[in-house]
Design a protein around this ligand. Structure first.
Ligand code: DX5
Ligand code: ZN
Length: 231
């Protein structure tokens, strides 16, 4: 029995070679990437700084795969249109980074992008209760945001299960994305709990064979329940 029929693998370019970013995006798409995950950090919401709309615009021509922009920035509303115009197909904001989450969700919806909301590992699911119906995607962070290469926080697994139940109970079709520490030995636990979109940075760009890395992740997400991995 397959747990996830169509796992979506979204390599995070945070772990790519920024000196050859355009080519790196092409390479990872050729290797089987479904989406491209773009980690935007502002050095305020998270203790790190990455890139903004000009870089996204510069690599937009490398592929027509979905550009999945993860905004780890404070007051994201004012930047939504700029990220949309740069080529983002999906925009995910953090519930912790906006004072008026419902308004922020509407701003993204009005831009024409898919709408995602992310929660840090400690943030309870109940902040989603009155916006869940408006969303295309919920991103449950499986590390504290800010850096690649951190270890998967396994206490998030029951949170994935609970979110899946919330979504199913309402008859919604909302993607459950996980991000942080996803590798062949951790992806199975997230998939079995209900996640269907998997971000991986170092587990792909940190290897010399992207196609092999993506194939191994895909296989890990499809493990049947009897072939349990440990996290
Ligand atoms: C962390 C970022 C992640 C990061 C994941 O704040 O949101 O997308 O790139 O990196 P890995 O897969 O190396 O944990
Ligand atoms: Zn991310």
């Amino acid at each position: 029995m397959f747990i996830v029929s169509h796992p979506i693998i979204a390599p995070s370019i945070l772990a790519a070679d920024f000196g050859h970013l355009y080519r790196q995006v092409q390479d990872v798409v050729d290797a089987g990437a479904d989406w491209i995950h773009l980690d935007v950090m502002d050095a305020h919401f998270v203790p790190n700084l990455t890139f903004g709309p000009p870089i996204i615009k510069a690599i937009r021509g490398a592929t027509d795969r979905l550009f999945d922009t993860h905004l780890m920035i404070e007051n994201p509303d004012r930047w939504v249109d700029a990220y949309r115009q740069a080529g983002s197909d999906s925009i995910t904001i953090h519930a912790e980074a906006t004072r008026h989450l419902h308004r922020s969700v509407q701003v993204i919806r009005d831009s024409g992008a898919r709408v995602g909301v992310s929660l840090n590992p400690h943030t309870p699911l109940n902040v989603l209760e009155y916006v869940l119906d408006e969303l295309d995607l919920v991103l449950l962070m499986t590390v504290n945001p800010g850096f690649g290469g951190q270890s998967f926080i396994k206490s998030v697994v029951p949170k994935i299960t609970a979110l899946k139940s919330m979504i199913d109970a309402r008859g919604l079709s909302v993607d459950i994305q996980v991000d942080g520490g996803i590798k062949p030995t951790t992806i199975g636990a997230a998939a079995r709990a209900g996640a269907n979109v998997f971000v991986a940075g170092s587990a792909i760009f940190g290897t010399s064979n992207y196609a092999k890395a993506i194939t191994e992740l895909r296989a890990g997400a499809q493990l049947d329940a009897s072939a349990r991995t440990t996290v």
